[in-house]
Design a protein around this ligand. Structure first.
Ligand SMILES: Nc1ncnc2c1ncn2[C@@H]1O[C@H](COP(=O)(O)OP(=O)(O)OP(=O)(O)O)[C@@H](O)[C@H]1O
Length: 701
């Protein structure tokens, strides 16, 4: 999978004669897009599913282009815990997928790691082995008539030299031929065949299976795309088998078993609905939630993900196409002797890798700890080396475990795992240790931008400085394209990669994920009878967070704000890059309105600074958020700026002129606007009162 920026070129070089990959026609002299090693007419650069034109970013898989919703609906899967899409490592409990950080016991809150025992009760209540045994089972024994929960279990059957010695597992579906020894059961409510165990020639190794158990997976692979015969061959092979089974312990099941007949055995726990288990209706007030709409076509389901309607197909197709997970545990035969191969009443979790992103679940024993790189508010960053691969990485571990720390940490994991861009810190996976979750990221070896700038013994050329700010803009433009506001962008959260001096934006603990599509969001709120007006606004009164040195004036003043707060912080970073001073207002001159004091800054620090660079800082640090450029725009400006400083090419129009004059012009017009607003406030009131008097007069006459 590749989530890549679209590269636009203005004109085509004469020596590349191939036509448009989409329509096959010549590109001609028009602007074109370069992607997947081909050229495209911008109009032909479309999602292979919905055929909509792709704008700045696109997904690519096996030579096909996708927009984000279609990519996710085709290859994604939703977490059974938080209902968000899973794009990184996932924990699998039978049919259900979880983010590792959502795979948590609902009673003791410990994270359930790879291979730990768990019980998934009624498809949603997740317990660790200890809590399940301690609480749920005594309760059930005490009230025998109470409905027993349905459970997903992993049953391991050891290898045997002779399959007859082991006994046989007989399976059946609704679709098996009558002549076959297997009899019919039923289809589940999504039309998938249910393959259940209908007969067992009991041998000690098979004790852990029960008639009526529904087979979900064999050796970690879903059986949904397999025929009955294939499943039969697999479960009765001589090799070691791991069966993920779903067991319904309700009286209905017990009767079926007692009768010995093959009565249809659907799982009928009260929580089962006709919806796919990937969709969990949730309140529309949560912006980043999945909520369910009515099915749009047979088998397809439209859900709102991050406020974007996304079609989710039944899980069978999701799994068959999207996930071909490699089951780590099934690769090696179980070390337990065969005689002890009984299923515990609990499942064992297994972690999987989503193929689309190279995220992993690490074990503590995989990694050698190195130096502590630094400490943040809630935790510390430690350099680690992978024992086998030698990769150097960073573990971010919490040392505070209060609710706020946990929340902030999980938030950072959930943001980071969505991201994949060369100028954004790469999330590599998670590590379980002592029932705690740690985040593993790439290690960036060149220190922070702040450290480089403050090291006055090392010269940093203007070209290099322009490249620094270009990289930050690329990372931030990607972040904003993902509807994420960083809110803590500063030179200490920008790391430098030694090899190419590239800047990587990091630290997403304070990032804010915005609703993806305000229009959909509005529709959602209207449907639920709430006022849509407030929600439709892009700017919102979010929490005031971040470091005040880089904080935008609107946030400092407690006003509504949007993603342009990041552009202001970026403007301050540009000033740090120009002046090589700290962002402390003692060093970097600021005005009382929290804006940049351009006069003083220019006088003190800009003797050698190219004017367009200062102009960029002035543009970004404007008091009026709407006047600040977007990061998309900044991407183009900074690219042109590098060319200007490095090769003397003409600076872009917006960056030409005298920055100090421009600053005064902007400021004057802002204050003039404010004065005009002040003088006009009150007029609506006067109008209202005059109207009221007129109405009164009308009434009296
Ligand atoms: N991936 C990384 N590569 C290299 N150095 C890192 C990495 N992550 C963190 N560091 C170093 O470790 C320090 C501490 O990082 P950490 O993320 O724990 O806290 P912070 O970002 O400084 O503070 P906070 O999280 O409270 O905002 C950083 O300032 C940085 O110097």
């Amino acid at each position: 999978m590749q989530w890549s920026p679209k590269e636009m070129s203005a004109s085509r070089p004469a020596e590349t004669p191939q036509g448009c990959r989409g329509c096959g026609e010549a590109i001609g002299n028009k602007p074109y897009v370069q992607a997947l090693n081909c050229d495209w007419h911008p109009n032909c650069f479309r999602c292979s599913v919905c055929q909509r034109c792709l704008s700045n970013w696109y997904f690519e898989k096996e030579g096909q282009l996708y927009c984000r919703p279609d990519y996710w609906s085709k290859f994604g899967s939703a977490c059974n815990g938080c209902s968000q899409l899973i794009t990184g490592p996932l924990m699998v409990a039978g049919e259900h997928r979880y983010h590792p950080e959502c795979f948590q016991c609902q009673k003791c809150q410990t994270y359930i790691g790879d291979g730990d025992t768990y019980a998934l009760v009624e498809r949603s209540k997740l317990f660790c082995g200890t809590c399940y045994k301690a609480v749920t089972r005594p309760l059930l024994t005490a009230t025998p008539h109470r409905r027993k929960p349905h459970c997903i279990q992993l049953v391991e059957i050891p290898p045997t030299p002779d399959r007859n010695q082991r006994g046989a597992v007989h399976v059946a579906t609704d679709q098996s031929p009558v002549s076959h020894r297997y009899s019919l059961t039923t289809l589940d409510r999504l039309g998938q065949p249910l393959i259940t165990i209908t007969e067992l020639d009991l041998s000690p190794e098979l004790e852990s299976l029960k008639i009526g158990d529904r087979i979900l997976e064999v050796n970690g692979s879903t059986i949904k795309d397999k025929t009955l015969e294939e499943v039969d061959a697999l479960v009765n092979s001589r090799d070691s088998i791991q069966l993920t089974i779903e067991r319904d312990l309700s009286p209905l099941r017990v009767n079926t078993e007692a009768d010995g007949r093959n009565t249809p055995t659907t799982v009928t726990t009260p929580t089962v609905s006709s919806s796919s288990s990937t969709t969990t209706p949730s309140t529309p007030t949560t912006p980043s939630s999945i909520s369910e709409n009515s099915p749009s076509s047979e088998g397809d389901k439209t859900v709102i993900i991050n406020d974007t309607p996304v079609k989710l197909r039944p899980k069978a197709s999701l799994r068959a196409r999207g996930h071909s997970p490699t089951r780590r545990r099934s690769k090696s035969p179980s070390p337990c002797p065969p005689s002890r191969q009984k299923s515990v009443d609990l499942g064992r979790s297994a972690s999987f890798h989503n193929q689309s992103q190279d995220h992993r679940v690490f074990r503590g024993t995989d990694l050698i700890h190195g130096e502590v790189l630094g400490q943040g508010f809630f935790g510390q960053a430690v350099k680690v080396t992978h024992k086998v691969t030698g990769e150097v990485m960073v573990i971010k571990e919490l040392f505070k475990f209060d609710e706020e720390a946990q929340k902030s940490f999980l938030h950072e994991v959930s943001v980071l795992r969505k991201l994949d861009h060369p100028n954004v810190l790469r999330f590599l996976g998670v590590l379980y240790r002592d029932k705690k979750l740690n985040m593993v990221t790439e290690y960036i070896d060149g220190g922070t931008l702040s450290e480089i700038l403050m090291d006055h013994d090392t010269a940093v050329s203007w070209v290099q400085r322009a490249k620094f700010i270009k990289d930050i803009s690329a990372g931030m433009s990607y972040l904003h394209s993902m509807n994420i506001i960083h809110r803590d962008l500063n030179s200490r959260n920008c790391f430098i990669r030694k090899s190419d001096q590239a800047v990587v934006v990091a630290d997403f603990g304070l990032a804010k994920i915005l609703p993806r599509n305000p229009e959909v969001f509005r529709m959602q709120t209207e449907k639920n009878g709430r006022s849509s007006k407030k929600r439709f606004q892009r700017k919102k009164r979010h929490t005031v967070v971040g470091n005040p040195y880089w904080m935008a004036p609107e946030m400092l003043n407690g006003k509504v704000y949007d993603e342009k707060v990041d552009v202001f912080s970026y403007g301050i970073i540009i000033c740090e890059v120009i002046a090589r001073v700290s962002a402390d207002p003692e060093d970097l001159p600021r005005c009382l309105d929290f804006g940049l004091n351009v006069d003083l800054f220019h006088k003190k620090f800009c003797k050698e600074c190219p004017d367009p660079l200062l102009m960029l800082a002035v543009h970004c640090s404007q008091l009026e958020p709407d006047k600040r450029p977007t990061f998309d725009n900044l991407n183009h400006l900074t690219e042109a700026l590098v060319l200007h400083i490095e090769h003397g090419m003409k600076a872009p129009q917006e960056l030409q002129g005298n920055p100090v004059d421009f600053y005064h012009k902007v400021k004057d017009s802002l204050y003039a606007d404010k004065a005009r607003d002040k003088s006009t406030t009150g007029s609506p009131k006067r109008k209202t009162s005059r109207c009221a008097i007129e109405d009164q007069n009308k009434g009296s006459s």
